[in-house]
Write a protein that binds this ligand. Sequence first.
Ligand code: NDP
Ligand code: KPL
Length: 318
Amino acid sequence: MKIAVIGAGAMGLRYGILLQEAGNDVDFVEPWKPSYDAIKKQNVVYVSRDGKNRQLINVSVYQPNEYQTEPDLAILFVKQMESDHAMAACKHFLGNNTYVLTNQNGIGSVDVIEKYVPQQHIIAGTAFVATVLNHPGDVNFMGNKGAGHTHLVNVTEKPDDFTKQVVNEFQKAGLNPTLLTNYMGTLWDKMMLNAVINTICTMMDITMGQYATFSQASELSEELIQEGTKVAEGDGVKMLKTPEEMAAVIQRESSSVNPLHRPSMYQDMVNNRPTEVEYINGYILKRAKVHGLDAPKHELLVKLVHLTEEMRRYKQPQ
Ligand SMILES: NC(=O)C1=CN([C@@H]2O[C@H](COP(=O)(O)OP(=O)(O)OC[C@H]3O[C@@H](n4cnc5c(N)ncnc54)[C@H](OP(=O)(O)O)[C@@H]3O)[C@@H](O)[C@H]2O)C=CC1
Ligand SMILES: CC(C)(CO)C(=O)C(=O)O
């Protein structure tokens, strides 16, 4: 399969390299100039696992304006707030048959992608996969080979033959995909995990494994998920799991799958970037307001994350 990965950051590199190793023809199209320059100069990407066994992987990287190949599949893996800019820069190579796939955190980018490709050609979903970008062109895959899993779902909720081929390629690449047919339920499911783990680990400056050792972790996770679930129900979304089941997933992902990981929101916070909180807890809040519902716990978390973002200006550089 001809695949163009839009965004050669942490997750773009992880998916692209794994799909390349599984035999696909993968190019990286990188709108972020410092990353493009670094990869082009090195001519390779440095890949380590849990910070060890650093290897060199050959990749092909292009800037959007120089890329003229029409891929079967484009995978969008930039931060939510970069989605529109990246899609606009890449629209010239998206052909009538190209599908666009996103596994970004939070909810929002499908609305952006719909401006550029028809709904029938959008595969959404989520990544239960932890990755850290040390520097442009230098990535750390957290977890052992084959760690993590993905959920894929058509926006139309009608899986077609091409989507099944994508699932097959994800399987070969060790991305452990499950094909689902509940579009919004799938996105909300992962968003609830991020609304707990990303936000709390960022605020508390802790790893996922450390959160799992908190004596009231399950209770706290469940409270936040319950509040979010009421909003999802107001939106007519059928959640994939009960709040109890979701809290158990968070506990398992934190204690056994990614105990050493500091979620991507934490990485944004310490690197002085805006976080994606508005697409996660902030999304819950926005939908609550539409339905005249309250979501005070998520509202507080959003404010605290923004407070921390703004207060970085008083911190001394390390
Ligand atoms: N990392 C993870 O473990 C996971 C991430 N995700 C999701 O995947 C998506 C991509 O995230 P991730 O791979 O972590 O992040 P990236 O590695 O792509 O991005 C990290 C940072 O790199 C810089 N950057 C990258 N692309 C651009 C650009 N086009 N323009 C300007 N700056 C850029 C920005 O930092 P700066 O402003 O400092 O230049 C950015 O915040 C997000 O939606 C994320 O939530 C989902 C599951 C797991
Ligand atoms: C917590 C994790 C790795 C999901 O498994 C994630 O989505 C992130 O770091 O943003």
